[in-house]
Design a protein around this ligand. Structure first.
Ligand code: AMP
Ligand code: ZN
Length: 472
């Protein structure tokens, strides 16, 4: 499989460090608010990557953090802790906010069929890890103490800015929310590893540390959690493109200075979902959530389908019209799968191998999901029997997760029931006879009719509006 590596700015052949496992780390949500569908675009595409690696036969261990402390309003270490802001907004404690929005996040993920990573770790669980890493960085001269905080000293590095081919706009972090300059920093890129009470006195969560009572910076969380669960090396680190700088840049700086060697091989960044008026962001107030899509009558999986139709390294513009088009296409796709006859013929293994090859060629080329969706359409129109087509759909859906087989079965059932009920005069007649028998308290006759129809594979359903029937 070829995968674009942001750190080398090339598509590289993916080879894991260890033959028996792929170690994958994902930056998780900051749980001070609902995830917006932009955040979820990143998680959908990362989910496809994980599932495709598993499909390709790799054993994957995936770890994700939950940021419940230390992520300040600006990524450049200024402003209020986002969690504290959320708590104040809703008159709750930080931990109540964290629990509520963590649950909401996983509920959204379930609706989008995003698999929960093998390990999900809240940042507040790993304070000892951060203290251990920061202590060594202090001992080895990579960190310094100033004005009550511990900072990473970026001047100690030969190369700091590893992802420097991004647009200025993507790198434009922090400046969004009125950044005030931090005069404790020796140079502008230095970043906080540990805050103490000297900053943000109303910070809710604080821990003892060698540098005073305080709390960790956001960046150290991901290094600490990754090393705790995945050890000293990592195959793939994912996140949205806004995380490349400064978050991932800082993760690399501190992790490699701590370890003394290279840390992560592949950096995979999902580009943004934008609205027609610009980037979608939680701090802008009004934002689109999965619940809102549902309220408007959309199936969340239609949004997943919308995301799959474009490449993860291109920004994607969301509009209701675009979503409508995706939903229509998704419904048609389900209808085409529903039209296939299950159990008709045997799977043609040679044809199946050809269909699979198209699908894997697409995903092997830097996870080209739109071509993978085309491979799915190709399977539906291939010159082969329905059993093979259905097998291909089920197989591809292990990665695409569009619930195609299940939804097609539901649709078949929905179409089967009432339509045949209206048209089968004999069954209707028998239902009328049964109703008359029941009215006359002739239950033996009513049961006989029920059993006779059951033997034909027809089930009677008694409803307040009278008896209905369906084929089993
Ligand atoms: P956050 O909860 O803000 O820490 O972000 C969670 C994830 O969503 C991170 O990987 C971000 O890079 C990503 N993200 C943020 N905004 C967008 C967007 N508009 N489109 C796609 N991904 C995004
Ligand atoms: Zn992270």
């Amino acid at each position: 499989m070829k995968l674009y590596n942001s750190a080398t700015r090339t598509k590289e052949e993916f080879v894991p460090n260890h033959p028996d496992i792929v170690k994958m780390y994902t930056c998780g949500p900051t749980v001070y608010h609902y995830a917006h569908i932009g955040n979820l675009r990143s998680y959908i595409m990362e989910d496809v990557l994980e599932k495709y690696l598993r499909y390709a036969g790799y054993n994957v261990k995936r770890v994700m953090n939950i940021t419940d402390v230390g992520h300040l309003s600006s990524d450049a270490d200024t402003g209020e802790d986002k969690m504290l802001k959320g708590a104040k907004r809703e008159h709750k404690t930080v931990m109540e906010i964290a629990k509520f929005y963590t649950d909401a996040f996983f509920s959204d993920c379930a609706k989008l069929d995003i698999k929960t990573p093998d390990v999900v770790e809240p940042a507040t669980n790993c304070i000892d890890e951060y203290i251990r890493i920061i202590s060594k960085l202090m001992d080895t001269g990579y960190a310094y103490f100033a004005g009550g905080n511990v900072y990473f000293d970026t001047s100690k590095l030969e190369k700091y800015d590893v992802f420097n081919d991004f647009d200025a706009e993507d790198l434009d972090v922090g400046v969004r929310e009125g950044v005030e300059e931090d005069t404790n920093k020796r140079s502008k890129n230095d970043f906080v590893l540990w805050f103490t009470k000297s900053k943000f006195e109303d910070q809710a969560l604080k821990w003892d540390s060698p540098w005073g009572v305080g709390y960790p910076g956001w960046h150290i969380e991901c290094s600490g959690i990754s090393m705790k669960h995945l050890g000293e090396d990592l195959d793939i680190h994912c996140g949205g493109i806004d995380n490349a700088f400064p978050h991932h840049t800082n993760e690399i700086a501190q992790s490699e200075s701590y370890l003394g060697h290279k840390w992560c091989n592949f950096w995979v960044h999902v580009h943004h979902l934008n609205t027609t008026s610009g980037k979608m962001s939680k701090s802008k107030g009004e934002f689109l959530t999965v619940s809102l899509l549902e309220e408007k009558g959309y199936d969340p999986l239609a949004y997943r389908f919308f995301c799959l139709q474009s490449h993860y390294r291109k920004s994607l513009v969301f509009s209701w019209e675009n979503l409508d088009n995706a939903e229509t296409a998704y419904e048609k796709l389900i209808a085409r799968v529903a039209a296939l006859k299950p159990g008709e013929g045997e799977v043609d293994e040679a044809a199946m191998a050809q269909l699979k090859a198209r699908f894997t060629d697409a995903l092997d080329n830097d996870l080209n999901t739109s071509l993978a969706v085309t491979a799915l359409y190709d399977a539906l129109k291939a010159k082969t029997n329905d059993a093979t087509k259905l097998a291909a759909v089920a197989d591809f859906d292990r990665v695409l997760s569009l619930s195609l087989v299940e939804k097609a079965a539901e649709l078949r059932e929905k179409n089967a029931g009432p339509a045949e009920e209206e048209h089968d005069e004999r069954i209707e007649g028998l239902l009328a006879e049964r109703a008359a028998a029941k009215k006359a308290k002739n239950y033996a006759e009513a049961d006989r009719i029920r059993d006779m129809l059951a033997a034909e594979g027809v089930t009677i359903i008694d409803t307040p509006q009278g008896a209905k029937w369906k084929r089993n």
